[in-house]
Design a protein around this ligand. Structure first.
Ligand SMILES: Nc1nc2c(ncn2[C@@H]2O[C@H](COP(=O)(O)OP(=O)(O)OP(=O)(O)O)[C@@H](O)[C@H]2O)c(=O)[nH]1
Ligand SMILES: [Mg+2]
Length: 390
């Protein structure tokens, strides 16, 4: 599957930069392309300059709202981010069309942090505009949810997150939710943390995007997972996970076919799958998902159809209501890895909490009484009262 990736704001730009790196890796290691264009959009010149892999010309690092912000960002006011995107949206759309292999693009992936100003405001507006302009390609969003400490120290965090989530939900084909707090490693500084978090965020996409682009017969699985499978799986609130399990580099020639070899193979597979589920980009309940997908990749002699089936049965037990798609990808050495997507989640506690908290925040600020008596126990219920940026 080939994506045009566009990052908005600092967080979005850095993750788009990481996708550009992923494409370089796919190109160097596997001779295939998975990203047809990588762009960063920001109101802040300094943030654009800090990127590494996205081409450094103004057509790939796109400055918007220069007149309004003087190139210094919107200071967490996401309404301003939205307004600027409405004004400069055409400029962004005209620019991303120049992507070298634009016609080969299967889908768009738009990325931003929910809690900032530029990305949080621009993401839903641009999702809407790109959808209107390119009706035949799905538009997915990847939204990064803030660290817990940001929710405590900055009041805007909750409001921005709630309005960004609601507005994007109304227009995107699906939203990958990525919770920063899930990636926190206590042993390094925040800056290093962000870089390593970004690497972890994009890692699950590597084999997932590569699998359907393989041209060499020996790397094409018994059941190839391609762009069509991914597009059919993606809907609404979505989480993505990745798990792996180390394999011995050498196998004894007589041990391969017996029951012991097979049960070890299954164990390794289940271990990788359970790792993928516990490292999902967002805490969610697999039973809430209506569509799911998994890709098993590893050396040819380790990935059998039996294994793929066993892993499927494991996932089906966790997500009984989901339509599950799957594939195998015979590539790599010494590692069995699994990417899993849980999509069309009927409930996402974290998002629901933002909506509930934002509603009470708004009512405190406006001191208004009307319209808040309803119960906000459901995700759809809370969603109605969040202001839309569209
Ligand atoms: N995972 C990850 N999160 C980030 C990164 N940079 C910022 N964030 C998160 O994104 C949110 C802030 O959004 P930013 O992208 O900095 O804000 P912005 O869109 O540039 O908006 P303004 O600076 O207000 O104009 C916070 O929740 C941060 O924790 C990053 O590189 N990686
Ligand atoms: Mg910024």
């Amino acid at each position: 599957m080939k994506l045009v990736v566009v990052g908005f704001g600092q967080c979005g730009g850095r993750i788009a930069d990481e996708f550009a790196r992923l494409n370089m890796r796919a190109h160097a290691q596997r001779g295939i392309d998975i990203i047809t264009g990588a762009f960063a959009v920001n109101t802040d010149v300094a943030d654009l300059s800090g990127l590494i892999r996205i081409k450094s010309d103004y057509q790939h690092r796109i400055l918007i709202g220069g007149r309004k912000t003087g190139g210094h960002g919107v200071g967490k006011i996401n309404e301003l981010g939205a307004e600027i995107a409405k004004e400069d949206g055409d400029k962004i759309i005209d620019t991303i069309r120049i992507a070298r292999q634009f016609s080969e693009t299967d889908a768009f992936l738009l990325i931003a942090g929910a809690a900032g100003g530029t990305g949080s405001g621009a993401l839903p507006i641009m999702t809407q505009q790109i959808k209107e302009r390119y009706i035949d390609k799905p538009v997915y969003a990847l939204i990064v949810l803030p660290f817990e400490h940001e929710e405590i120290t900055e009041e805007r965090t909750i409001y921005n997150a709630a309005t960004c989530l609601k507005s994007t939900y109304l227009v995107a084909d699906a939203i990958f939710l990525v919770d920063n707090q899930r990636y926190v490693r206590k042993d390094s500084s925040i800056k290093n943390n962000l870089a390593s978090i970004n690497t972890l965020i994009v890692e699950p996409f590597y084999s997932l995007l590569c699998a359907g682009e393989e041209k060499k017969p020996k790397y094409i699985g018994a059941k190839m997972l391609d762009a069509g499978d991914i597009i059919q799986t993606m809907a609404g609130w979505t989480a993505i996970g990745y798990g792996k399990s180390k394999l011995p580099l050498f196998r004894f020639p007589f041990g391969g076919g017996n029951f012991r070899g097979k049960s070890t193979e299954t164990q390794k597979g289940i271990q990788a799958m359970s790792g993928a589920i516990s490292s999902l980009s967002l805490r969610c309940k697999p039973v809430d998902s209506k569509r799911a997908l998994y890709l098993v990749s590893g050396p040819d002699n380790e990935v059998s159809m039996d294994l793929v089936k066993e892993i499927g049965a494991y996932l089906k037990a966790l997500a009984p209501e989901a339509i599950i798609r799957s594939g195998d990808y015979p590539r790599g050495r010494g590692l069995l890895d699994i990417t899993v997507i849980l999509s069309e989640l009927s409930d996402v506690e974290k998002a629901r909490n933002y909506f509930t908290k934002a509603i009470s925040l708004i009512s405190t600020i406006k001191k208004r009484q009307e319209g808040i008596e309803g119960t906000y126990g459901t995700l759809e219920g809370t969603l109605e009262d969040i202001p839309s940026l569209l």
